[in-house]
Design a protein around this ligand. Sequence first.
Ligand code: FES
Length: 125
Amino acid sequence: SPSATARTRPKRRASLRCASPLRRTDTSSYAPPVIASKKPYKVELVGGKRYSWCTCGHSKKQPFCDGSHKTKAPGLGPHRFVPEKDSTVWLCGCKYTNNPPFCDGTHKSEFIQCSALAEESDVKS
Ligand code: FES
């Protein structure tokens, strides 16, 4: 019977390697962020200066906004912040941090490491 055949077949194991980029399916009306970098950006910030961290991943001036979100990710926009004092920080590059604009380690997740980078996503879209 078909079920007996199925039982003798070796079980498929989930691979830990990234065989092909994961495809993210978007069910919302807005495009999700694309991954600018799978590592954070080390940046020296000037206290009192206003910064616009790119949330959409499409900016060519990472990790900061260059206005690309207006055409490439309507619905997303920069996260603005003003550091209190001069500081060296790690700003998120994958755009999936839970502590924007700072890196919280989310880029190490399989979801990020196995997904396509922004430039690859841009080519496809
Ligand atoms: S270009 Fe990404 S938020 Fe503006």
